[in-house]
Design a protein around this ligand. Sequence first.
Ligand SMILES: [Zn+2]
Length: 66
Amino acid sequence: MQIANKRICGRCGSRNLISDRSLGGKIVCVKCGSSFIKTSGLLNSNNRNFYYLLLILLVIFLVVII
Ligand SMILES: [Zn+2]
């Protein structure tokens, strides 16, 4: 069973999601309790942050080489 592997909270972006039995198995965020869940696409803010981090690492890498 795949549990929220590619799902993130639509409110806070957390990946800590559980399916709440009291809500009929509805997936809710552990962090903020939101039930607004979205699937992580290619162009969400998390990926943008990831690319930003990657860019910083690349710059550091280049500085170390030069
Ligand atoms: Zn959340």
